[in-house]
Design a protein around this ligand. Sequence first.
Ligand SMILES: NC(=O)c1ccc[n+]([C@@H]2O[C@H](COP(=O)([O-])OP(=O)(O)OC[C@H]3O[C@@H](n4cnc5c(N)ncnc54)[C@H](O)[C@@H]3O)[C@@H](O)[C@H]2O)c1
Ligand SMILES: O=C(O)C(=O)C[C@]1(C(=O)O)C=C[C@@H](O)C=C1
Length: 304
Amino acid sequence: MAQLYDRVALIGLGLIAGSLFYAMKRAGLAGVVVGYARSAETRDVAREIGLCDRVVDSAAEAVEGADLVILCVPVGAMGAVAAEIAPHLKQGALVSDVGSTKGAVIEAVAPHLPEGVHFIPAHPLAGTEQSGPRSGFAELFDNRWCLLTPLEGTDPEVLERYKELWRQMGSNVDEMDAPHHDLVLAVTSHTPHLIAYTMVGVADDLGRVTDSEVVQYSAAGFRDFTRIAASDPTMWRDVFLANKDATLEILGRFTEELFALQRAIRTGDGEQLHDYFTRTRAIRRGIIEAGQDTDAPNFGRNAK
Ligand SMILES: NC(=O)c1ccc[n+]([C@@H]2O[C@H](COP(=O)([O-])OP(=O)(O)OC[C@H]3O[C@@H](n4cnc5c(N)ncnc54)[C@H](O)[C@@H]3O)[C@@H](O)[C@H]2O)c1
Ligand SMILES: O=C(O)C(=O)C[C@]1(C(=O)O)C=C[C@@H](O)C=C1
């Protein structure tokens, strides 16, 4: 496969940066990949396990001469990192990010970038509850979507090359504007995470059911919730602060529906419950038919 970028810089060396490094190397897409993370401990681990061709001690040094710079830090840290690297970016370089929210990241990053530097925000819809430099793997993006939210006036050639990078790393690529991205993700990712965090918190708080009973008798649904609720606290704090409006909108709707179901249970309205669950079952089936169920044994076969 053809190399797409001579020199790539990854800022923040966790799950996503690690997976980017291995996925790029798997397909021979990058010449040299230079990495930087804020903590010396993370940099030491990265050096020890060979995460990146070279790990350096400052963000400025990492981006020096890079054709592609990908910001892989929590969304609340994107602005400060952009300010730090801005004076050291090469003319014609492409800056991107992998943040889970897009509107706030664009607002925080774009003003710092000098003329002659391109910026294409990205969000791979792929992850796990693991974090840190040891958690990345080459297959993370296989058959998953990567959403790009390019700004008006983005150079079409720069965009096409960057899309090709994601495709060669195994992803399907789509484009949308940032506000729409943030609303979609509030529905499909952010609010579900908040609900999982809450449910696990409720189980923990409930005095009449002991923690050991929760551990011993946790059924499959709850176990899935605990996996999600084990996700990185810094990353998710930043996601909710950054995608405040869309999350609050979806949470408002969620609360209304929950009250309606609560009422149906209280009044014994079995028909309403049955109708509701029939509708939601159809959504699950739609996901499976679209080839997007990563738990299913045939995952990936139907991916577009
Ligand atoms: N984990 C997921 O499921 C997932 C999926 C898609 C996108 N994302 C997004 O990707 C980004 C990275 O997430 P991750 O899961 O790889 O997180 P992670 O916690 O595994 O890694 C984050 C890395 O950034 C470093 N870091 C934090 N602040 C920094 C700073 N100011 N300067 C330099 N380095 C700094 C940390 O030390 C760590 O190495 C986040 O913006 C997140 O929203 C995460
Ligand atoms: O599988 C998981 O652990 C995830 O939660 C991954 C997940 C998601 O699907 O919601 C989480 C956040 C991201 O921004 C993208 C992907």
